[in-house]
Design a protein around this ligand. Sequence first.
Ligand code: SF4
Length: 73
Amino acid sequence: MKGMESLHSGQCGLCSHFGEGHPSTPVLITIMKKKEAPLNMLDECGHPKHAGLHLKVSPISGCDGFAPAARAA
Ligand code: SF4
């Protein structure tokens, strides 16, 4: 789909910490199912090392704290 980016393992959009505070939001579920996300999207990273900083990441960002989201299965 136009304006969408394909996601791969290791990227925020498929990480359990992406939008962790509201994991059942429809847009997050759609991202997990389709493994693609809107290019202009940002959400909070809930990783314990980042949460206090309120780090905002895009679905195509990534870091070594990646943990596959169960909802991606
Ligand atoms: S920054 Fe790291 S821990 Fe946070 S959502 Fe992205 S991959 Fe996951």
